[in-house]
Design a protein around this ligand. Sequence first.
Ligand code: SF4
Length: 454
Amino acid sequence: MSCRRCILPSSDGAGLNSARDVKSEIRNPKSERSRAGISRRAAIGLGAAGVVGLAGAVSLFDLFSKWRESEAPADIFKGDAPSGELWELWQKRGWVKEGRHYLKLGRNVQCKVCPNNCILEPGDRSHCRNRINRDGTLYTLVYGNPCTFHVDPVEKKPLFHFLPGTRTFSLATSGCVFRCLNCQNWEISQKKPEETKDPRGEELRLRPPLPASLSLDQMSRLSLFPEDVVAVTEALGCPSISYTYSEPTAFYEYTQDTCQAARVRKLKNIVVSCGSIEERPARDLYQFVDAAHVDLKGFDEDIYQKLNAGKLQPILNTLKTLKELGVWFEIINLVVPTYTDNPDTIRRMCAWIAKELGPDQPLHFSRFQPQHKLTHLAPTPVETLLKARDAARAEGLHYVYIGNVPGLEGVGTTWCPNCKKAVIERDIFAVTRMDLTDGKCNFCGTKIAGVWKT
Ligand code: SF4
């Protein structure tokens, strides 16, 4: 799968349009400046200098109870916020919106959307590349300007227990809160908005009636605001919208507003995320979300730091929050040789899932393929994946899958946990047989966990 293309189905169902990613020729001359983050000492100084205002829904309690995170701000892009003509054009397009969940620290700001807790001085750009401090206000640059969209089978997310056999309108902007060495979508996740979109030229909004195709130039100028996403999804006959490919947390405001607009039209919302989000923004967002796919990239803090430049504990917290909120979610674990293939760690992860989330929690093990900064590693041996699946089953998990291994018999099948018969069979992302009625096994009547009807 490549995220460098946008594909809308033609009337005969074939993918038609494509546009490779766009590098804006308007480059901020400061963009090559130092990426160094501010120091711990500086961060403390900024906080102590005075909290003069609170933005979003963050309280003083949050500020002080999260002080540890505030002491460890993420790497940011110093002085790299767009300015001058570029900033004006970006605003004119409507691609700028004030951020949610942030603190004002004098003229500095601290984003509280994800555990990176970026502290930005005026003119700085965030770790996720999408947020800037402009004159003491935090803005997102990725509102209504996706750099890619597709129509995908919902199984491709992967979600195997959520409206099987349906298609989902899927979109992404640039940017990510992580720096995964193995990222398969680094061409958008590790880019700035200005590297994927171009605000010059005639304004273009994608709305029905849908064009037969889009040129590269059109794709780079295209706006797709929340109400447009909903209209396009309905025109395409998709029952759901997926926020995916890069990281929805990095385009939080756009995701949240689109989710709300979709709910009004009774469309479902699917968030495909690394799960690295603070609890409060998570609760604010997931109240509008119907299903989530969460990457649990490993079960070791050191490996999370090395492989993803992230932290494990916030992901575990998010999984528990989703469970509490009643959002349907499935977990994917990419088994990366020498990083996340330790059998004991996999077993501990499965035990945690079974204990904290329950035996009906679907878990997908996925095969690593060499890419991005890990091209020197071999693909995960199939034997390793089969052992991981066996470990998960031994810990009591009912629904365990293996992905990214075409032709491996039965690894994408849903088995009834009671009578052990196949209730859903799949060929990669296509459902080939279903023996479920009203979410119950046709052979023994056992309820199969999931969301089976719109
Ligand atoms: S969402 Fe972006 S700006 Fe906010 S804390 Fe995370 S990385 Fe930083």
